[in-house]
Write a protein that binds this ligand. Structure first.
Ligand SMILES: *[C@@H]1O[C@H](CO)[C@@H](O)[C@H](O)[C@H]1NC(C)=O
Ligand SMILES: *[C@@H]1O[C@H](CO)[C@@H](O)[C@H](O)[C@H]1NC(C)=O
Ligand SMILES: *[C@@H]1O[C@H](CO)[C@@H](O)[C@H](O)[C@H]1NC(C)=O
Ligand SMILES: *[C@@H]1O[C@H](CO)[C@@H](O)[C@H](O)[C@H]1NC(C)=O
Ligand SMILES: *[C@@H]1O[C@H](CO)[C@@H](O)[C@H](O)[C@H]1NC(C)=O
Ligand SMILES: *[C@@H]1O[C@H](CO)[C@@H](O)[C@H](O)[C@H]1NC(C)=O
Length: 434
C-alpha cells in the first residue's frame, strides 16, 4: 500500500475512533469477532486451526489456516518480507509483509523477553549481536509446536482480518488487528496438517493476538473445539453473548463456571488450580494444589505417574463391568467394545478452587481407538514431569472454554453434549450488519 494512502487510512481510522467516543449513545452492533475452527487428523496428533484473512503489501487478502496455540508468544506464518512499500515491490501471488528492523524496540523485546522458551534452541543473543543495522530484518526464534524443533523467522508488521459477530451470526463487517507477527519459510510448516501454514498465538503474551484486541472487543477469547473434522467449531474474540444451535436463545455464558487463571513464571500459557481429581466420590488429591496447564497441542491429558496410577486404579475399579482389553499405546487402560456400542463410564471431575468442578464425561474420557477397543484418554507423563497435570485437547472437544484476560479468569461449560448442543453448532450464516 502506498505510504500516502496508509497515512490517510490512519487519519481516517483515528478520526472514526475518536468519533465513537464523542457520540455517547453509539452502541456497536457487534460484541465479538468470530472465526471457524477446524479439526485436522492428518498430522501425527489431532490439531485444530482457525481460518484468518491476512492482508499483504500487494493489497491481496489471503485466507490462511493457523494452528491454534494458547501457549505461543507471537503469531507466525508462511510469508516473505518486502522492504519496498510499493505494491509492485512484491512478487505476484506472494504473501508479503513489511519487516521490523533490527533497530526497533519491538525487535529486542520479542527476541529477549517475549520469545519461545526452549532449552534446545540456540540461546537468544541481544540486539548488539544482530547481523547488522539499517536494512537488517529482525530474526526471531520459533518452535514448531508439533515437533518441538527450533527454527528462525523474521519479525513483521501484519494485518489480520476477522468477521464481526453478535454471538448469534456472522456479520459482513470486519475487524482488523495489527499484530507484530513473523514470517517463516514454507518448509517450517511441513509437520503441520495440510493447508495449515501458521501459528495463531492466543496466549497472555503482549505479542499474542488477544493483546491486540481493542474496543469495543474486550480482551477475552472463547474457544470451542469440534470433535469431528466434518463440521467447524468456533473461536470468538471478545465477550458474549454466544449462542449455539438449536437453542438459539440460550446464551452459552449462562452454562459456564469460572475459576481464576494462575500466573506461572516463564510461561505465557494458561494455568488453573486443580485440588483433586474425583471419580465416583473418591478423591485423588493433587499435593500442593499444583497449577494445571491447559494445552491446545497435547492431544490427551497428561498426569504425573503418581497421580496417573491412582486415576487408573480408581477408574478400573468403577468400570469393572466393562470387559478389559490389551492396552494400546499411549494409553494404559483399555476396554473391549463393539463399534456399534458406546461405553458409558462415570465422570472424572477436576475439583477446582471455590468448590467448582470441571466434569469430564464419557465423550471426553473414552477414545475409540479401533473398532473394538476404547481407551481411557489420559496418559502417563512420567514420574518427574515438571507439571503434574496438563489438560489436552481430547478433553476440550465440545466443551465451551473462555479465557478472560481482563479478569484473569477461565470459564468452562463441561460437555455441551449434555446440554444437547456441540461446538459444531454455531450458526455461521453471514448477515449484513447495520
Ligand atoms: C547485551 O549486550 C550488552 C553489550 O554486549 C551486554 O552488556 C548486556 O549484558 C547484554 N544483555 C543481555 C540480556 O544479554
Ligand atoms: C487445501 O486447500 C486447497 C485450496 O484451497 C483445497 O483445494 C484443498 O481441498 C485443501 N486440502 C485440504 C486437505 O483441506
Ligand atoms: C488447596 O486448596 C484447598 C481449597 O482451595 C485449600 O483448602 C487447601 O489448604 C490447599 N492446600 C494447599 C497445600 O495449598
Ligand atoms: C452390534 O453389532 C453386532 C455385530 O455386528 C450385532 O450382532 C449386534 O446386534 C449389534 N447390536 C446393536 C444394538 O445394533
Ligand atoms: C470482567 O468482569 C467485569 C465484572 O464482572 C465484567 O463487566 C467484564 O465484562 C469482564 N471482562 C471480560 C473481558 O469479560
Ligand atoms: C441461522 O441464522 C440465519 C440468519 O439469522 C437464520 O435465518 C437461520 O434460520 C439460522 N439457522 C438455524 C438452523 O437456526
Amino acid at each position: 500500500m502506498p505510504l500516502l494512502l496508509q497515512l490517510t487510512l490512519i487519519i481516517v481510522v483515528a478520526f472514526l475512533s475518536h468519533g465513537h467516543e464523542s457520540i455517547a449513545q453509539y452502541v456497536p452492533s457487534y460484541t465479538s469477532a468470530v472465526v471457524p475452527v477446524n479439526k485436522h487428523n492428518d498430522a501425527v496428533i489431532p490439531l485444530y486451526s482457525a481460518a484468518i484473512t491476512a492482508t499483504y503489501i500487494n493489497t491481496q487478502t489471503l485466507k490462511a489456516n493457523f494452528l491454534i496455540d494458547i501457549d505461543a508468544p507471537f503469531n507466525w506464518h508462511d510469508c516473505i518480507l518486502q522492504w519496498n512499500i510499493y505494491p509492485d515491490g512484491c512478487p505476484a501471488n506472494t504473501p508479503c509483509t513489511y519487516p521490523v528492523s533490527c533497530e526497533e524496540y519491538v525487535c529486542t523485546d520479542v527476541r529477549t523477553t517475549h520469545t519461545y522458551e526452549n532449552p534446545t534452541c540456540p540461546p537468544v543473543t541481544n540486539d548488539s549481536t544482530l547481523p547488522g543495522w539499517g536494512y537488517c530484518t529482525c530474526p526471531v526464534t520459533v518452535v514448531d509446536p508439533v515437533m518441538g524443533s527450533c527454527g528462525q523467522a523474521l519479525l513483521d508488521y501484519d494485518e489480520f482480518i476477522m468477521k464481526t459477530s453478535n454471538g448469534r451470526n456472522v456479520f459482513t463487517s470486519t475487524y482488523s488487528v495489527y499484530p507484530n507477527a513473523a514470517c517463516a519459510p514454507s518448509w517450517s510448516f511441513e509437520s503441520f496438517p495440510t493447508n495449515v501454514s501458521g501459528v495463531m498465538a492466543l496466549s497472555t503474551s503482549p505479542h499474542a493476538l488477544p493483546a491486540y484486541l481493542f474496543q469495543p472487543i474486550k480482551r477475552s477469547i472463547a474457544l470451542c473445539l469440534p470433535s469431528t473434522v466434518s463440521a467447524p467449531g468456533v473461536l470468538f474474540f471478545g465477550t458474549g453473548p454466544y449462542y449455539l444451535l438449536p437453542q438459539s436463545d440460550l446464551d452459552v455464558t449462562s452454562l459456564l463456571s469460572y475459576t481464576p487463571l494462575i500466573k506461572h513464571p516463564d510461561s505465557f500459557g494458561y494455568f488453573i488450580g486443580v485440588n483433586a481429581i474425583v471419580i465416583k466420590k473418591r478423591s485423588i488429591d493433587v499435593l500442593g494444589n499444583a497449577s494445571t496447564k491447559l494445552s491446545t497441542i497435547d492431544p490427551y491429558t497428561t498426569l504425573r505417574t503418581d497421580i496417573y496410577k491412582w486415576v487408573i486404579r480408581r477408574f478400573s475399579m468403577v468400570t469393572k463391568r466393562i470387559p478389559p482389553s490389551k492396552s494400546i499405546a499411549p494409553f494404559g487402560l483399555c476396554f473391549s467394545t463393539f463399534s456399534n456400542v458406546s461405553l458409558k463410564v462415570p465422570d472424572i471431575d477436576f475439583s477446582l478452587q471455590d468448590g467448582k468442578k470441571w466434569s469430564i464425561s464419557t465423550a471426553n474420557s473414552i477414545k475409540q481407538v479401533t473398532n473394538d477397543v476404547s481407551c481411557l484418554a489420559f496418559v502417563d507423563g512420567g514420574a518427574t514431569t515438571e507439571l503434574p497435570i496438563v489438560i489436552g485437547t481430547f478433553q476440550f472437544e465440545d466443551n465451551f472454554l473462555v479465557f478472560d484476560l481482563e479478569n484473569s479468569s477461565f470459564g468452562f461449560s463441561s460437555s455441551l453434549l449434555r446440554k444437547h448442543t456441540s461446538c459444531a453448532n454455531f450458526n455461521f450464516t453471514l448477515i449484513s450488519s447495520h
